[in-house]
Design a protein around this ligand. Structure first.
Ligand code: GLN
Length: 196
């Protein structure tokens, strides 16, 4: 059985754990970088990226997650998690993990529409997905290798590149588990290549 961890330093953790269990994987709350050794996949949740980034640096997560990513083990960053994996952030702010070839704008949808829901088309999914955006970032630009999965008003809000998946919205807040199925498939195929 796939073991998927959720970085539990700050932000939305419980809902991800439930979704992981509902999709048939084992879910682990990750509070220390040494736990990454037990995992086949990792979710970096939404919350406040500046706070999570500081805590990650403090507890030694930065190198550990980079190492996890270098082993091609799947990582799913949602909302602040997407900010954290980006290679570059728009403006003067410095990036955190720098593992995915995307440039991200924080709070990209502006203050007037702090939170909203949108029924969006996702590449590879037959029916639209009800996406919940909360002070959401978006992807300004992505490298050639990055597959764009969804846009809202021309803005890129979901993408995938090799073992990395990101969404600007919060898939844990709806009953629709298609993103978790997509991620667990990524995790299962990476387990096959790790065992061979
Ligand atoms: N705006 C937040 C940030 O940049 C992300 C918000 C969220 O995760 N819901 O950290």
């Amino acid at each position: 059985m796939a073991v998927i961890g959720v970085v539990a330093l700050q932000g939305a953790v419980e809902e991800h754990l439930k979704q992981i269990i509902n999709t048939g994987s084992e879910a682990i709350m990750v509070k220390h970088p040494r736990q990454l050794k037990e995992l086949d996949g990792l979710i970096i949740p939404g919350g406040e990226s500046t706070a999570i980034g500081k805590l990650m640096a403090h507890y030694g997560f930065i190198e550990a997650i980079k190492d996890f990513s270098n082993q091609q083990k799947p990582i799913f960053g949602t909302c602040a998690g997407m900010v954290l994996v980006a290679k570059e952030l728009e403006g003067s702010e410095s990036a955190h993990l720098k593992i995915m070839d995307i440039v991200v704008k924080r709070n990209g949808f502006g203050r007037q529409i702090d939170s909203f829901e949108a029924n969006i088309e996702i590449e590879g999914m037959k029916a639209p997905f009800q996406a919940v955006f909360i002070r959401a970032p978006y992807i300004i630009s992505a490298g050639d290798q990055v597959e764009i999965l969804a846009r809202v008003d021309e803005k890129i809000v979901a993408a995938r590149c090799d073992h990395l998946l990101v969404s600007a919205f919060h898939p844990e807040l709806t009953d629709d588990n298609r993103f978790y199925k997509m991620f667990s498939e990524m995790v299962e195929s990476s387990m096959v290549s790790h065992s061979s």
